[in-house]
Design a protein around this ligand. Structure first.
Ligand code: BES
Ligand code: ZN
Length: 652
């Protein structure tokens, strides 16, 4: 029996092709394709990568802003280990035809499987191939439901004259804009020919233009093998400015100057990163500042980090996001998590690395403040997870079968992961730990790694080498925070906590104070100054101040803070979102219009989702939030929109 038929039978047996699961109850035990599916080690992809995989994909893309559609051909150059069926992942794509060969293409038969239960994975696309097949060409178009693409009307850009579009592949959205074997297990190189309207620029996570092409035609090459979640495209009225010999920034013309100013430290960050863990392997490092709807703070697309404009705060106070995305050029992009259940290998290492870069540039004092801010978030998250339906989500190594990999995007992977490494560093000493990390990156460069492979490497290259023992298993498979977790102390944050306490007790911490100065030996009144100004402290100190206000603080007291510090209208979204949550809790109603403006302008999920969550806690606020959401939901990226929909539709 051919594999094609076997695979069909297998999918029938588990219900993917539409027949009841009861047909072959024992199929799990007997089906060879079961082992086949399992051996991909990826619960979030249908692809049979161990039998046939893409080595290089060439994309021919026509980006049509009017129809909000990409018309594409994905030309896969494959390695076939002898199967007659290649399985790809697709979700919300229209497949027109599939051909085999290059130059002389011949149509081949294909079959699209049934959706998974919760419509998370999409559908398997099964293509009939021959043992000698080298090229598979999938002709397709994206649809309205494509989750990876944000199509922005001109009014949602800063320039307001041209539309904008960008893609977001991680974790499993690449399959919604490219038919592909959408698993990080595989690495591939890619090239692309992209056609956009003439006045637009197109850029990708690849070699990029620095000027607009007159005909709207662009060619791209990504020569280093990458996991396919890192394929990314953006197009709009974009310009480029260099910031150093191999780095720079892309943004809309209106934003470019401000962005370049915010990111001046980029060359220093790159030098610091290379000094820590070895040469940057991707030649060029640029940052693209996106419109406000971008759902994340940053996304580490290789050679071209995608960045939220909320990072451009005007005072360089949020640039650790850039250090984070840059760090991914090693942890994540060079050494990649083999599956989304090993996500902490991407993010935990990156948060650790990010903090080291920040320490190099701004000192230990600031690095510790940043780490402590995150640590407080981790402690909250641990409490939430312990009470939730999935207490096992507190493990570094996740179990996400049947679930959306996005569920793993918590502070566990990020902060528990980073504190695991910080604790290891403390145990073995920085020098030895840095030698270990450098060798880890060198030895696994352009490879994927599972958690258990990492454990082996850790044992062999750190513990055995230095004759040490460590509670690694507890860190990776335990649900709490091990008691040996590194403790950080920041006098500056302690001071903010004290300030919050004094304020909540009714002390007039903002009142003006009188300064006396001796002039010609006589005591004279000089002037009245504010005791406390916003500029006296950095963003993260104010965050701590807000977090430390006890729940008894009422609307009147919050209004007093606003009177002096104007948090409600500070352009710094990192502080604003936490502030807004407090104002909702205290029924400080005057702020509602500012909240509405914030939710309308910003699409970064980390900021808007907690605000919606807080609003959803009372009937009246939920009503208000739902009405607002109805009127603006089309302006959010699908990722943010779907998360908010979940919050507002829950019955609580
Ligand atoms: N790779 C992530 C973003 C991501 C993770 C997108 C999983 C989709 C699925 C990126 O590097 C990231 O972690 N961004 C953070 C900022 C960072 C400073 C913690 C974010 O967007 O909040
Ligand atoms: Zn990250």
């Amino acid at each position: 029996m051919s594999t094609y038929i076997k695979v069909l039978l297998y999918f029938f047996s588990i219900g993917i092709l539409g027949v009841s699961c009861n047909v072959l109850p024992d199929a799990k035990k007997v089906s060879p394709t079961e082992q086949l599916a399992d051996s991909t080690f990826d619960n979030h992809s249908y692809a049979n990568i161990h039998e046939v995989y893409t080595k290089h994909v060439h994309l021919d893309l026509d980006v049509n802003f009017e129809n909000k559609t990409i018309y594409g051909v994905a030309r896969h150059e494959i390695v076939n280990r002898g199967t007659d069926t290649a399985i790809f992942d697709i979700k919300h794509l229209e497949i027109q035809k599939v051909t085999l060969g290059r130059g002389n293409e011949k149509e081949t038969s294909y079959m699209i499987g049934k959706w998974d239960k919760d419509s998370i994975l999409g559908q398997p696309l099964l293509i009939s191939i021959k043992p000698g097949t080298k090229y598979i060409n999938i002709y397709y178009e994206t649809t309205e439901k494509t989750e990876a693409i944000d199509w922005l009307a001109p009014n949602l850009t800063e320039g307001k004259d041209l539309p904008f579009m960008y893609t977001q592949g991680q974790a499993i959205l690449t399959r919604t804009w490219i038919p592909i074997q959408d698993s990080p297990t595989n690495r591939l190189t890619y090239s692309a020919d992209v056609h956009v309207p003439e006045e637009m620029m197109a850029i990708m996570s690849a070699s990029n233009p620095t000027k607009k092409a007159v005909d709207g035609k662009y060619h791209f090459e990504m020569k280093q093998p990458i996991p396919c979640y890192l394929i990314a495209l953006a197009s709009g009225n974009i310009e480029y400015r260099s910031l150093g010999n191999n780095c720079g920034v892309y943004a809309e013309p209106k934003v470019l100057g401000k962005a370049a100013n915010e990111l001046v430290d980029l060359p220093r960050m790159m030098r610091a990163a290379e000094g820590l863990y070895g040469p940057y392997k991707w030649d060029q490092y640029d940052v693209l500042v996106l419109p406000y709807s971008f759902p994340f703070g940053g996304m580490e697309n290789p050679r071209l980090t995608f960045l939220s404009p909320t990072v451009i705060a005007g005072d360089r106070s949020l640039v650790s996001v850039v250090a984070h995305e840059l760090a991914h050029s090693w942890s994540g992009n060079l050494v990649t998590n083999a599956s989304w259940e090993d996500f902490w290998l991407n993010e935990g290492f990156t948060v650790y690395f990010e903090n080291r870069i920040m320490e190099e540039l701004f000192g230990k004092d600031v690095a510790d403040i940043l780490a402590l801010i995150e640590f407080a978030e981790l402690q909250d998250e641990l409490k939430t997870i312990a009470k939730s339906k999935y207490p096992q989500d507190a493990q570094l190594k996740l179990e996400l079968r049947g679930r959306n990999p996005d569920d793993g995007m918590t502070d566990i992977a990020y902060v528990k992961g980073a504190f695991f490494l910080k604790t290891l560093e403390e145990k073995v000493g920085r020098e030895k730990f840095d030698v270990f990390l450098s060798s880890y990156f060198t030895n696994h460069a352009f490879k994927t790694i599972t958690t258990s492979q990492f454990e082996d490497y850790l044992n062999g290259h750190l513990f055995d080498l230095h004759d040490l023992t460590f509670n690694t298993k507890e860190w990776i498979y335990g649900k709490g925070l091990p008691s040996n977790c590194l403790k950080i102390y920041s006098p500056r944050l302690e001071n903010m906590k004290q300030l919050a306490k004094r304020f909540s007790r009714g002390e007039k911490i903002f009142a003006k104070k009188v300064i006396w100065k001796k002039i010609k030996g006589r005591k004279r009144r000089k002037k009245e100054i504010l005791q406390l100004k916003r500029t006296d402290h950095i963003t993260q100190e104010w965050q701590t101040f807000i977090r430390s206000l006890p729940s008894t603080v009422n609307a009147e007291q919050l209004a007093e803070i606003d009177q002096y510090l104007n948090f409600s209208n500070w352009g710094n979204a990192e502080v604003q979102y936490e502030w807004f949550i407090r104002t909702i809790q205290a029924n400080y109603e005057t702020v509602k219009p500012s909240i509405a403006r914030f939710l309308t302008r910003i699409g970064r999920r980390k900021y808007v989702l907690p605000i919606y969550e807080e609003l959803a806690k009372t009937t009246e606020n939920k009503q208000w939030a739902s009405e607002l959401f109805q009127s603006i939901k089309a302006e959010y990226h699908p990722i943010t929109r779907m998360s908010i929909e979940e919050v507002l539709s829950a019955n609580n």
